[in-house]
Design a protein around this ligand. Sequence first.
Ligand SMILES: Nc1nc2c(ncn2[C@@H]2O[C@H](COP(=O)(O)OP(=O)(O)OP(=O)(O)O)[C@@H](O)[C@H]2O)c(=O)[nH]1
Ligand SMILES: [Mg+2]
Length: 441
Amino acid sequence: MSDTIYALASAAGRAGVAVWRLSGDKAGPALTALTGKPLPEPRKVQRTRLRDGAGEAIDDGLVLWFAAPHSFTGEDVAELHLHGGRAVVAALTRRLGELGLRPAEPGEFSRRAFLNGKLDLTRAEAIADLVDAETAAQRRQALRQLDGGLAGLVEGWRSALIHAMAHLEAVIDFADEDIPDTLLGQSVREVRSLEAEMAGHLDERRSGERLRDGIHIAILGAPNAGKSSLLNRLAGREAAIVSAQAGTTRDVIEVHLDLGGWPVIVADTAGLRESACEIESEGVRRAEARAAGADLRLCVFDGALYPGLDAATLEMIDDATLVVLNKRDLMTAEVPAAIAGRPVLALSAKAGDGVDALVATLAETVESRFAVGSAPVLTRERHRVAVAGAVRALRRFDPAMGVEMAAEDLRLAARSLGRITGRVDVDEILDVIFHEFCIGK
Ligand SMILES: Nc1nc2c(ncn2[C@@H]2O[C@H](COP(=O)(O)OP(=O)(O)OP(=O)(O)O)[C@@H](O)[C@H]2O)c(=O)[nH]1
Ligand SMILES: [Mg+2]
């Protein structure tokens, strides 16, 4: 028998509504002790007064009762909708302790739901993602996963593998009899097509993970090009210090933006140049590291110096780069159509002209590089590792080299996929997954 746990699942403001969730064998007795009434009918809201051990009223509120196994956790669950005031919270916390309940750990409700077969791991992860979702695209992705999109995809692959395995077992068991060659040929075809489909989901850009964690954009350029001015424009606030002195920015400065529903982390960096100053050199080293790790780069050139172009910045340009020609207001030369083969966005970070066009282009670029469509995607590294493991096993699969070995490859692939939904090797991954959760979920 496990402990009975409780959590204050949400509190909206000081006098707002607070939802409490109690789960475990003592949830029922605790509810009757609090209300002084028999348990309400399951799933029917009851308005009632809740009292402490001495019979003094704690609050007036709504209670709900979910009898095991028909609850979120699969255990007996009570929910209390009370006022969120501090005194109410304190009194109820004390009373629940007296009644033998303990506060839940982060993710403990979802963990119990998983262990009781109410959720697979991808759905449990989706709950955490939904709670953390900051943009519309993140919310949509989390909901799709919560609806079982990813679980369905992975379980479909897994059952197809098990099906192919059964074919092979038949070949092994009836080795003395005549098994039509076509049976083997069919297995091979099935496995090859599965392998291709799974490999197709190992998208190199890791769109699902990017959408979950945020897309990293680094602003790069020579000192004084106007990188910090641009960051401040994008952020809509003075996040970084701007000055006419070259070498102002040293540390990497990040701002989080919602770019048309995409979570984006824009990093301003130190101007790229050789410097005798130890601090500035470290800044440049950090800028280069950030440039290497970024999903997209904004290379900023100083328009006042055009047609002169900074060589160190030119070196950074690749096909994941947007080229910005800043200080358009000071430009005497024509704006070129392209620099280093990339289209040019001319703007003035100081005055703000052209910044909207840059934001629009950035949003389009992000959308076209990372859009995930409506198909389920892998949203965590552990999903990708598991699918990659399965694909590796399937690439080895070759019944011509021995049917037993081939069956073992299928078993390994199915096992690797089973880790995603939590069908196999559960213990080692549970702690990792559920510790990311907030309390009350
Ligand atoms: N006229 C004009 N001046 C600008 C523009 N953008 C930036 N500046 C000026 O250029 C100078 C340098 O701007 P910053 O944004 O600090 O440049 P930075 O690239 O961050 O420089 P470091 O941090 O030293 O690498 C400041 O005096 C800005 O006011 C612009 O569009 N037009
Ligand atoms: Mg700067």
